[in-house]
Design a protein around this ligand. Sequence first.
Ligand code: SF4
Length: 300
Amino acid sequence: MRVNIEIDKDSGFCNGVVRAIRTAEQNLSNPGELYTLGAIVHNNSELDRLGKKGLKVIDLEQMSKLSDTTVLIRAHGEPPSTYELAKERNINLIDCTCPVVLQLQKKIADTSGQIVIFGKIGHAEVNGLVGRAEGRAVVVENLSQINKVDFSRPVNIFSQTTKDPDEFEQVCSKIREKMHDPAQLTVHNTICRQVAQRHSRLSAFARNHNVIIFVSGKDSSNGKVLYELCKQNNERSYNIQSLKEIDRSWFKPGDSIGVCGATSTPKWQLTSCARFLKISLKNYICSKFYSIIYGNYSRF
Ligand code: SF4
């Protein structure tokens, strides 16, 4: 089957993830164990690759039982309580909190009054931000949750760095509408610039192709947002975690196929996906002919 395949040049790890992974790899050559608090990236293939090099993923409970060791803090950042725990347990921290997230944490810590964080409840970055607000923050995931806000008091609203800019704007306008004094709403647009730029470029990329293969771990918050964006711009968008999920019935002869991913998707995974599509779709006619004769039809 003749198809055209293009990899989105803007997809792949964001700077924060690149920095965290590079630091982990540099430190893996040192003697002793290296742990990461939570998955360093929401991508199982990349986690397997780093796991083979010795990186061990732990949660907070496991960390509280460790001592005299090294733990890496990923790009999402952590609340102050994690730093206190590390001190108590004599744990050496390698802090890979993304500089953009660090700035946001500082801004929240320096802001007084009611704080609203537009983000995913329980997400590591959001937990870190809530920790900085010392009990003054409410987290709003979507429009249906804005009634958590006290509209009679001044509001400072911040966004998780990977949220959808349009959705953030909608949430801010709705809160403004409901405020007793709309002038008391201060909007801090803290969506990461790298993410915001990807939104507009990815929309165009999705529209320019017949089929979109979006490669991303299903736990990636940014992956969910960007995949939704692809879907809005191109109905024939498919989110896959591994090549095994690709189905031949998604493609037609002459299709132009776009391969893209989230800020947690490594470039090597996009390249191997494109290579796989190229080889398997090219061989499809042969394999179909073979399957008609021998009755051994498979997806490709
Ligand atoms: S998305 Fe932006 S803010 Fe978040 S880790 Fe990546 S570079 Fe940093």
